[in-house]
Design a protein around this ligand. Structure first.
Ligand SMILES: NC(=O)c1ccc[n+]([C@@H]2O[C@H](COP(=O)([O-])OP(=O)(O)OC[C@H]3O[C@@H](n4cnc5c(N)ncnc54)[C@H](OP(=O)(O)O)[C@@H]3O)[C@@H](O)[C@H]2O)c1
Length: 336
């Protein structure tokens, strides 16, 4: 039997296995690499799908209240609704008192049993009283969950060296909103959570903070999101033994004001679909891509070497930058 098999393979492969030509060696290596990538993506796809079908967890076990930053729009508002749906009272934080009142009314109308509280705060502010004011407003609440969602990006793809000419404060504001707010809000709630031996901190990063090449022409945003990821990963292991689950959640594109994408699709969920998947992922792992098609995208993009994806992203973003300046010039012409 074995001899028959050996003969069969020899007929098909000839002397290839024992002495392949250079062309055959390159071809077989490519096929093996391709199969490896397909297997890797397939495993990710299965995990992502299993996760999407996973039953919802009881998030009330962490505590009575959740604090959500950047909660009047997009992912933040959708996240606050997901938590309210699970019977968790929510503190909504954003800049505008008016928009906070609208978001609060929306949540109250849909989930009348939950309590809500709003705090107007601008995370780009350099006022030293910013965090002491927030601390005062949330004092005494049994905070089980903090969602550090607030984020600021570029108005368009831009070279780092031209940022000051477009918005002199942009780089500082991005660091204040994406890095400092995440760190300081975490510092506000961690002592209480450690004391109770329970809590969950969800830090919203971005694909821009995970791609091996970074995100050319969005350098400050990308770096700020990588901070969020590694801050979360480190705290995850530091605080898990103390009962506090810290997790970074990274979206790829989601329809929102920030992404400027209006129509949802299979790979671009709306904030509600994203937040539903994200709420399910709470407590599962240190750094996750919660939406299932994003997870598949992530496995593909992260398997491409930076030397390949870097120049491709740069070219793509240069096109976005050019369109931005064209639109700006047309706007200026109209005004004249
Ligand atoms: N959408 C995407 O495709 C995408 C992809 C990757 C990562 N993300 C991340 O997901 C998070 C949410 O993004 P999003 O797309 O949902 O954004 P969004 O729709 O633009 O909403 C931003 C929210 O943050 C608030 N906000 C903005 N600046 C603030 C400030 N300085 N101080 C306090 N609140 C502020 C806004 O409310 P007010 O204007 O009322 O203050 C709003 O509630 C961000 O961290 C973002 O980086 C989004």
């Amino acid at each position: 039997m074995a001899a028959a098999y050996a003969q069969f393979y020899k007929a098909i492969l000839g002397d290839f296995l024992s002495s392949p030509t250079p062309a055959q060696a390159v071809l077989s290596a490519s096929v093996l690499l391709g199969l490896g990538v397909i297997a890797y993506v397939a495993v990710y796809a299965l995990l992502a799908l299993a996760h999407a079908l996973w039953p919802a967890k009881n998030l009330r076990k962490y505590g009575e209240w959740a604090v959500v930053t950047g909660a009047t729009d997009g992912i933040g508002l959708a996240y606050a609704k997901q938590l309210a749906k699970r019977g968790i009272s929510v503190v909504l934080i954003s800049r505008s008192a008016e928009r906070l009142a609208t978001a609060e009314a929306e949540i109250k109308a849909k989930y009348p049993a939950v309590l809500t509280k709003t705090v107007a705060a601008d995370f780009s502010s350099t006022d030293p009283a910013l965090y002491t004011n927030i601390a005062k407003q949330i004092e005494g609440l049994d905070i089980g969950i903090l969602v550090n969602n607030v984020g600021l990006s570029y108005p368009s793809a831009l070279f780092f060296h031209e940022l000051p000419s477009v918005d002199a404060a942009l780089a500082d504001n991005i660091i204040a909103v994406n890095v400092t707010a995440t760190t300081r809000m975490t510092a506000l709630v961690v002592p209480g959570m450690v004391k109770k031996g329970k809590g969950a901190i969800i830090n919203i990063s971005s694909a821009a903070g995970r791609i091996p090449a970074g995100n050319p022409l969005y350098a400050v945003y990308s770096a700020s999101k990588a901070y969020v990821d590694y801050f979360s990963r480190s705290l995850h292991y530091e605080l898990k033994p103390l009962g506090v689950h810290v997790q970074c959640q990274s979206p790829y594109f989601v329809t929102s004001k920030m992404s400027k994408i209006k129509r949802a699709s299979l790979t671009v969920p709306d904030p509600n679909a994203f937040a539903a998947a994200a709420a399910k992922a709470i407590g599962c792992g240190a750094s996750v891509v919660p939406f299932w098609t994003h997870c598949i995208e992530d496995s593909i993009i992260r398997s491409i070497p930076a030397a390949v994806s870097g120049p491709l992203l740069t070219r793509l973003h240069k096109g976005i930058r050019a369109a931005f300046f064209r639109k700006r010039a047309a706007g200026e012409k109209k005004e004249q």
